[in-house]
Design a binder for this molecule. Structure first.
Ligand code: GLU
Length: 420
């Protein structure tokens, strides 16, 4: 483990992202100026959003939108509503979106937005007013050929619909290509809702093949039961895997013989909470160290760190969340022979189908679910093979190989434009 990895085994997601970008650009032979350009978003907006609450009071929320690099095309990425949203996190997440777009070869740069709030404690109408207020605050800097938002943590197709409606009113024309992750009736795409989980499933299947395992009967632990985690549990259970553990923000369940996923899906609320219904629960930390073959962190960042990496039993870790494993833990897992499929590859299914949605909106011609799923599979299997092959050839771990792949297109585009 090298010194830089040790220093960034912290909660600083931006610093760890910058560290790997620097390494990746170094491996690719780019000059220092390229790192200077790509280490921070080109634009970062902070907005204050006044919202009339149901009790008549006014609350002022803070929101962000980061646009990392638009050398390849308009920036693209989700908007999260969460109490822990911070400027640094949004910056790092926008860089990750650039890398994801590079990995699956989309004509986009990365963007990301966030609002510091807790939608779990707000009414439906308060969330609507907040969503509309955010769009009013950033309407000058976003748009179908500038920066295209999408869902992320605790945002969904209803929120995208309000945002689209607000944007269309401001612009005075219908603009379904302004935002992705919309409801189908407003120009959404088949397969978008489950796209992130489909992408993770494809990566799990590819990793299983590389490790010579069989998905039939493989024991899986999934941390997180939100959009990605819940669909993933269903897809993997349907393909014969045994889901032995799941967790939500409040606790975890573990059952050696496998959990009843259909029952849990039926009982979960819209924020992915289900463990509150049970008496005997574990903590998230305990679940991560339980026996399994495949571990999928699909919740929040910094879950596998130097403290627990040596105790992880899985031989495959597929990162469905953004940044669940620190750099130090990545090295520990690699030393122990664990195959780690990094977040920017495993979670690229969402933005891939968002791109399909935007293409359909631009051409006004809509595809079937089968067409979307077929194209997604082709894109992600190709991306997995590409990165796995690069990791083998250059004798680096898959995270560094993914960063090398993800950064290359935007570095080349920046060079051609004469920026560096
Ligand atoms: N929020 C998702 C992500 O982090 C999707 C972004 C999008 O669809 O543009 O990849």
């Amino acid at each position: 483990m090298d010194e830089t990895s040790k220093k960034v085994d912290k909660l600083d997601v931006l610093a760890s992202t910058q560290t790997i970008i620097e390494r990746a650009l170094g491996k690719l032979g780019y000059p220092e100026e390229m790192y200077e350009l790509l280490k921070e978003p080109m634009r970062m907006f902070t907005v204050r959003i006044p919202v009339r609450m149901d009790d008549g009071s006014t609350k002022i929320f803070t929101g962000y939108r980061a646009q990392h690099n638009d050398a390849v095309g308009p920036t693209k990425g989700g908007v999260r509503f969460h109490p822990n949203v911070s400027e640094n996190e949004v910056k790092a997440l926008s860089i990750w979106m650039s890398l994801k777009a590079g990995i699956v070869d989309l004509p986009y740069g990365g963007g990301k937005g966030g609002i510091v709030c807790d939608p779990r404690t707000m009414s439906f109408r308060e969330v609507e007013r907040l969503s509309r207020g955010y769009v009013r605050a950033i309407s000058q800097v976003v748009g179908p050929t500038k920066d295209i938002p999408a869902p992320d943590v605790f945002t969904n197709s209803q929120i995208m619909a309000w945002m689209l409606d607000e944007y269309s009113r401001i612009r005075e024309f219908d603009s379904p290509n302004f935002i992705t992750g919309k409801p189908l009736v407003l120009g959404g795409s088949h397969g978008r809702e489950s796209a992130t989980a489909k992408g993770v499933t494809i990566c799990v299947n590819e990793a299983v093949k590389k490790k010579g395992l069989d998905i039939q009967g493989a024991r899986v632990i999934i941390q997180g039961f939100g959009n990605a985690g819940s669909y993933l549990a269903k897809f993997l259970a349907d393909s014969g895997a045994l889901i032995v553990g799941i967790a939500d923000a409040y606790g975890a369940l573990y059952e050696e013989e496998g959990l009843d996923i259909d029952y849990l899906l039926d009982r979960r609320d819209s924020f992915g909470t289900v463990t509150k219904l049970f008496k005997d629960t574990l903590t998230n930390e305990e679940l991560l160290e339980k026996e399994c073959d495949i571990l999928v962190p699909a919740a929040i960042g910094n879950q596998i760190t130097s403290r627990n990496a040596a105790n992880i039993k899985a031989s495959i870790v597929v990162e469905a969340a953004n940044g669940p494993t620190t750099l130090e833990a990545t090295d520990i897992l690699a030393e122990r022979g664990v195959l780690l499929v990094p977040d920017i590859l495993a979670s690229a299914g969402g933005v891939t189908v968002s791109y399909f949605e935007w293409v359909q909106n631009n051409q006004g011609y809509y595809w079937t679910n089968e067409e979307v799923e077929g194209k997604l599979e082709a894109v992600l299997v190709g991306a997995f093979e590409n990165i796995y092959g690069l990791a083998q050839r250059r004798k680096v771990n898959m995270r560094l190989a993914a960063y090398m792949t993800g950064v290359r297109k935007m570095a080349e585009a920046s060079r051609f434009r004469g920026w560096v």
